[in-house]
Design a protein around this ligand. Structure first.
Ligand code: PMP
Length: 401
């Protein structure tokens, strides 16, 4: 679509809308979620009541203790200090509170970082399959989104392909680990090799290529894995975190963004992030910001999510589905038994089992299941998955073979 002289919206907004069209189309498909048999595997959304400790922390944080409580101003220092200390300890970095900025979740951190560093015409590399909103966020800033495929079947960063995609206009690259949708947790070797390429290219270009490290799932890890931030190897990194996954209450917006130690010209970058946060709506509401120290110690029931991963993976494999078992994140990627995964998801949806078709995230022929569905939804959906694959004639292999 195009936005002409008579269009109510800018050309940039229209281009950003076009870039979001596929995910929006699939995410917004009608679902009968009120029905008691609905099985919602569509997105990383809560299907059960939030943690009671989470609710108590929010209740406590919203009660004003001074007339200044709701004044204009930056988030409270105590919360920023706690964020810096907790994030630094988890990632193995020495983070100064001045380098940590509270945000309204990861999307807000990514947006604030992009507004700070991108000019129209700049190029931003992202890895495919991606989180489905990277491209629209890049395009919305007038920059060009440059897609580099991940390796197959391992879904690692293809460092030589990144190297080949870099030009004199490359301003930034987005890396997401643990990765949505692949569930891959990148290794230190992979990230170190990437850092070497970016360092050499930044020198060649005479300006840094920034790394936007989307670490939204930093604590959603299985099998005792640890996540490694590329900020350990590359100084021009914006480290982006959120509570949306850890606490599974994503409509209450809270996260933070940190500048990796050694960020070039950090003083200027900090000042600009401040302005962009203040006036671009990036800082969280004070209730969320003040709750942060209490929230930092909480996490959803990860052993339950891991058990659900094992159950879904084992059961679908036994039915004959080919799939990718995640190392982290909420997502299981499953190959559609028919080439048109949109059509296959429509067949599941007719039985009130809702999955996200790969057309939404540049992986046609696959679909994504979120492990945030309840165990009861898994119980109800398994016969539907079994019938759907049997209908297209894939032989059912007995479990354990
Ligand atoms: N990045 C990734 C990889 C995500 O999966 C999501 C949410 N699904 C986000 C960013 C946005 O997170 P938030 O809700 O904190 O803005």
């Amino acid at each position: 679509m195009s936005a002409g002289r008579t269009s109510p919206v800018s050309q940039l907004s229209q281009r950003a809308m076009d870039a979001a069209a596929a995910p929006i189309r699939f995410l917004m498909q009608p679902r009968d979620l009120e029905h008691p048999d609905a099985c919602d595997f569509m997105a990383g959304n809560p299907q059960e009541l939030a943690l009671p400790e989470y609710v108590a922390a929010l209740q406590a944080a919203i009660v004003p203790t001074s007339p200044a409580y709701f004044q204009y101003g930056p988030p409270p220092r105590r919360s920023v200090e706690r964020a810096a200390e907790a994030l630094g300890a988890r990632l193995g970095l020495r983070l100064q509170p001045d380098d940590v900025f509270l945000t309204r979740g990861a999307a807000s951190g990514l947006g604030t970082a992009m507004s700070t560093i991108l000019d129209p015409g700049d190029e931003v590399i992202f890895l495919s399959p991606p989180w489905f909103f990277y491209e629209t966020m890049i395009v919305a800033r007038g920059a060009k989104a440059v897609r580099v495929p991940l390796t197959r079947p391992g879904f690692d960063v293809d460092v030589s392909a990144v190297q080949a995609a870099i030009t004199a206009r490359t301003r930034a690259m987005i890396v997401n680990t643990p990765n949505n949708p692949t569930g891959r947790v990148y290794t230190a070797d992979n990230l170190r090799a990437l850092a070497e390429v970016l360092t050499a290219a930044s020198t060649r270009n005479g300006r840094p290529i920034y790394l936007l490290s989307d670490e939204a799932y930093a604590r959603i890890l299985f099998d005792g894995r640890r996540m490694i931030t590329p900020g350990l190897f590359y100084q021009a990194t914006f480290i982006i975190h959120t509570y949306s996954k850890t606490l599974l209450a994503p409509s209450q917006r809270l996260g933070y963004m940190a500048l990796a130690p050694g960020m070039p010209e950090a003083e200027s970058v900090r000042a600009h992030i401040w302005r962009n946060s203040m006036l671009g709506g990036g800082f969280p509401d004070t209730g969320m910001a003040r709750a942060l120290p209490a929230l930092e110690d909480l996490i959803i029931d990860m052993p339950a999510i891991e058990r659900r991963r094992d159950r879904v993976v084992d059961a679908l494999r036994a039915m004959g589905y080919e799939l990718n078992s995640p190392e982290g994140t909420f997502y299981v990627l499953v190959r559609s038994p028919i080439p048109d995964s949109g059509e296959f998801c429509a067949r599941l949806a007719a039985q009130r089992v809702y999955a996200l078709a790969g057309e939404a995230f540049e992986m046609p022929g696959w679909f994504r299941l979120s492990l945030t569905a309840t165990d009861a939804m898994v119980d109800r959906s398994l016969p539907v998955f079994a019938a759907a694959i049997a209908e297209v004639g894939v032989p059912v292999v007995p479990a354990g073979t």
